[in-house]
Design a protein around this ligand. Structure first.
Ligand code: NAD
Length: 269
């Protein structure tokens, strides 16, 4: 199996690609031969750094600002993608955030912010990408599929998370969004798959790893005894988007160092 240049000639749009996992996925997809749209909602300069890093490797990328929870922004981002690169082959629904609170104190704003960005954002971007995949269909020599959608979920798609009910609900919702889209879109040769990371070292969960005490507490939840890196997720995303994974649709891959193995039961429960 050769993943090197496995996405040659394809266009990938990665949401939230100026930080953490999204940045890692964008760099890896560019390295695999895709032209990559770096979606960002924060400062342009930060996204441009990712673009510059990709271009310094001799690959191609372009930054587009859009809030994934805003329908007009999302439609304008896809229009700009087509103006720049002509089409899209791969969508990585990665953008996401946390607004943590005890359940009883959680405000409607905290709930809505997380659901709107983490879940509705994936709906809006997937719908736009799907229109183009169906319009264009399979292109001989490009990919066996008409399009690929990767949904960044989390182990919290299945592990309940006290103090984070908005986040866990958004990730549980992504699972059924992903599966239902996969069922509906398979006849169009569109593949949809989920990625469920465990603890990955990024800004979203900095308090969980940035002191030795926090890290050692976190490691009690990870049988494989190391925190994940964005590159771990990036390699999986490239493979799932490539024709090497052409028979995969409607399922999630957990990539978590064993976090979903009920580590509390390792010592007889
Ligand atoms: P991160 O904070 O480094 O990256 C999140 C990205 O999403 C940032 O680029 C941010 O600007 C972007 N974003 C936020 N709101 C947005 C909006 N409205 N429109 C567009 N972009 C927006 O965190 P990360 O860990 O890289 O998270 C990426 C994804 O991975 C998220 O969906 C997160 O839930 C998921 N995830 C992360 C972990 C982990 O341990 N780091 C574990 C499981 C799942």
């Amino acid at each position: 199996m050769d993943l090197l240049r496995s996405l040659n000639g394809q266009i990938a749009l990665v949401t939230g690609a100026d930080s953490g996992i999204g940045k890692g996925v964008a760099i890896a997809m560019a390295h695999a031969g895709a032209k990559v749209v770096i979606n960002h909602v924060d400062a342009h300069e930060v996204a441009q750094q990712t673009v510059d890093e990709i271009k310094a490797n001799g690959d191609e990328a372009y930054a587009i600002h859009a809030d994934v929870s805003n329908e007009e922004d999302v439609q304008a981002m896809f229009a700009e993608t087509y103006a720049r690169y002509g089409t899209v082959d791969i969508l990585v629904n990665n953008a996401g955030l946390q607004r943590d609170s005890k359940f009883v104190d959680m405000t409607l704003e905290q709930w809505n912010t997380v659901i709107n960005i983490n879940l509705t954002g994936q709906f809006l971007c997937s719908r736009e990408a799907t229109k183009e995949f169906i319009r264009r269909g399979v292109v001989e020599g490009r990919s066996k599929a008409a399009g690929k959608i990767l949904c960044m979920s989390s182990v919290h798609q299945v592990i309940p998370w006290a103090g984070h009910v908005n986040y866990a609900a958004s990730k549980g919702g992504i699972d059924m969004l992903m599966k239902s889209m996969a069922q509906e879109l398979a006849p169009h040769k569109i593949r949809v798959a989920g990625i469920c990371p465990g603890a990955i070292q990024t800004p979203i969960n900095k308090p969980a790893w940035d002191t030795p005490e926090a890290l050692s507490k976190l490691l009690t939840l990870i049988p494989y005894s190391r925190i994940g890196e964005p590159e771990d997720i990036a390699k999986l995303a490239v493979w799932l988007a490539s024709d090497e994974a052409d028979y995969i649709t409607g399922t999630s891959v957990f990539i978590d160092g064993g976090m979903t193995l009920y580590p509390g039961f390792a010592d007889n429960g």
